[in-house]
Design a binder for this molecule. Structure first.
Ligand code: ATP
Ligand code: MG
Length: 583
């Protein structure tokens, strides 16, 4: 590609609404442009990278035995009514009407459409398993579209759906897709982790998310430093400490803590570490349907955690007897029950159930609320001074906790979800009556798996892991062009033109994606270098009239940006570049 014919749309400054690096760099390098909130046009440069992601995914899907289809973006409401999701799906589902006033939606995903296809095309167990995939635009009217194409409203997704006669077969395909995903993200050159997203709920549908580790990620991922254990922090179990509770040695004392009503305040005021202060949170318990009908108010439950730990609401609401979704008791109810402000609540002499976190249960000689305003207890101890109903896992894991699989300690990093695989079972096939005849000629509902990759999000995630202050540093697999040849002072030197054109042609003949910066003298050398760095091409060759006078050209790799350019005899450059490109 010649720069003179290409659309170089680089920007010096990044637009002020771009907060994450990938969004800034995609705009600055001229990969994308915003049309409206959450809607982006892919410019020629960006599209080349997007297509590379697609190609790798397509190759690995074929390798895993999946069959490519292409389904419409616009989907009829009838199918969504059959699955029940027409009524369940919230504002993310963009509903539209055609000229006959019939309801449709813009597909946010395609379970309904593929299940409809499967029920029409598959009739016998002998045709199973089948795994269909597509790479198609999705539309989700996200509440907060942000970070450019990382969370946009229209985006490109690879979605695959597999159909099976039984759960074992589904599991086989699931494992195969798990492997394929590992291969895809490895080939893309990403630092990623497959994360167990098993909800642990009844029926425990197996599910994994694939996360690219990057500080701009929206999820916290906990992973072991020695094993392959990884889970969303929301899901990771905080195992019980391996030590016993120390002895109660201090004397229980009630101290003035006027106006000190946060853990931070109290620990500073009393000069004790936050892990020696226990906090008590009051939440609502569960009411039976009858109790609800009778207008009774929910019972209250106390949750006790170490001051340096955070309550995990998902874990709490899964506990029997606690309302789901979790409801924090109102200040009014707390004052009525305990006679003090929420900041002074503690577990002593409570008339309600007290659930204590595993780590808080092994603290001795601690500080806690006294159930009296402006006072805390010090030297407090379980059993001797106060009791709990049960020990539970109530908190988020933190950096340095023991890994729940017993191997190593947990590290916590932010992650960007780029893929999600899921055993859905018969949710859609049952609702849409997608059956095949089994060996005995009996109709059987098929089992389903579904497997998504955010194709466009992958591009942003890759940039989040590969940039410096000059721009993008593309991994080889994703670079829109592998190498740029920069002409300097070509207007003064026919030799620059001759030599650069010869190298350009030779590389093209070798099928190398090569970018020749043949812009005329109106574009300064500095701008040409800055553009090549911003767009992130892995290799750069500079041909200038001054260098060529001495038979010299310059080479620089994008990754070794700090080092100086290498000067090479002009006649050696083709072989040198070939070795750099592994040709
Ligand atoms: P998220 O939690 O990030 O909203 P999701 O759980 O809704 O994702 P899935 O329904 O599993 O996502 O979709 C499959 C993949 O599509 C995701 O793993 C993600 O990479 C991508 N994806 C989802 N929503 C968006 C979006 N708004 N913009 C870009 N990619 C998206
Ligand atoms: Mg979502």
């Amino acid at each position: 590609m010649r720069a003179s014919q290409f659309l170089i749309a680089t920007l010096k400054e990044s637009p002020s609404d771009a907060v994450v690096k990938s969004h800034q760099l995609m705009l600055r390098a001229g990969m994308i442009r915003k049309l409206a909130s959450g809607l982006y046009t892919w410019l020629p440069l960006g599209l080349r990278t997007l297509r590379k992601v697609e190609t790798i995914i397509r190759e690995e899907m074929e390798e895993a035995g999946a069959l490519e289809v292409l389904m419409p973006i616009v989907q009829p409401s009838e199918l969504w009514e059959e699955s029940g999701r027409w009524f369940e799906y919230g504002g993310e589902l963009m509903r539209i009407k055609d000229r006959h006033n019939r309801d449709f939606c813009m597909g946010p995903t395609a379970e309904e459409v593929i299940t409809d296809l499967a029920r029409n095309e598959l009739s016998s167990y002998k045709q199973l398993p089948k795994n269909f995939y597509q790479i198609q635009t999705k539309f989700r009217d996200e509440t907060r579209p942000r970070f450019g194409i990382m969370r946009s409203r229209e985006f490109l997704m690879k979605d695959a759906y597999s159909f099976h006669a039984n759960a074992d077969c589904l599991n086989d395909t699931y494992q195969r897709m798990h492997k394929a995903y590992n291969k895809i993200f490895t080939r893309l050159g990403l630092d990623f982790r497959p994360v167990n997203a098993d909800s642990g709920s009844i029926g425990g549908a197996l599910s994994h998310e694939f996360h690219v580790l990057a500080s701009s990620g929206e999820d916290d991922i906990a992973f072991s430093d020695t094993s392959d254990y990884a889970a969303n922090v929301e899901m990771a179990e905080a195992i019980a400490p391996s030590f016993e509770r120390p002895d109660a040695t201090d004397t229980l004392t009630c101290v003035e803590t006027t106006d000190q009503n946060t853990i931070e305040d109290v620990s500073q005021y009393l000069s004790v570490n936050r892990n020696q202060v226990l906090k008590t949170v009051i939440v609502e318990g569960e009411l039976s349907e009858k109790e609800q009908k009778d207008g009774l108010s929910a019972p209250l439950v106390a949750l006790v955690l170490r001051g340096d730990h955070e309550l995990n609401e998902l874990k709490a609401e899964k506990i029997d007897g606690i309302a789901a979704p979790l409801v924090f008791a109102s200040e009014e109810r707390i004052v009525k029950l305990l006679g003090c402000q929420p900041g002074f609540v503690g577990p002593k002499d409570l008339s309600i159930d007290v659930l204590v976190d595993r780590s808080a249960a092994v603290v001795a000689n601690f500080v806690c609320g006294s159930n009296e305003d402006d006072k805390h207890l010090t030297g407090a101890n379980w059993q001797r001074d106060m009791t709990f109903t049960r020990v539970e896992d109530l908190r988020n894991v933190i950096d340095g906790d023991a890994s729940p699989d017993g191997e190593g300690t947990l590290n916590i990093k932010r992650g960007i979800e780029v893929g999600h695989i899921f055993q859905i079972g018969d949710k859609y096939s049952k609702a849409l009556k997608a059956t095949v005849l089994d060996e005995n000629g009996k109709a059987k509902v098929m089992h389903m798996g579904c497997y998504g990759i955010g194709v466009s999000r992958v591009v942003a995630a890759a940039i989040e892991q590969n940039f410096d202050d000059r721009g993008i540093i593309w991994p080889k697999a994703l670079a829109p062009f592998q190498i740029s040849i920069v002409q300097i002072d070509a207007h003064k030197s026919p030799e620059v033109i001759e030599r650069s054109e010869a190298l350009y042609q030779a590389l093209k003949d070798l099928n190398v994606e090569v970018f020749l910066d043949d812009r005329d003298k109106k574009t300064s050398p500095g701008v040409k270098f800055a553009d090549a760095e911003l767009m992130g091409f892995p290799h750069r060759v500079v041909m200038s009239s001054r260098g060529l006078k001495n038979g010299i050209v310059e080479y620089k790799g994008r990754e070794d940006e700090k080092g100086d350019a290498v000067e090479l005899p002009c006649d050696d450059i083709l072989n040198f570049v070939k070795s750099k490109l592994d040709l």
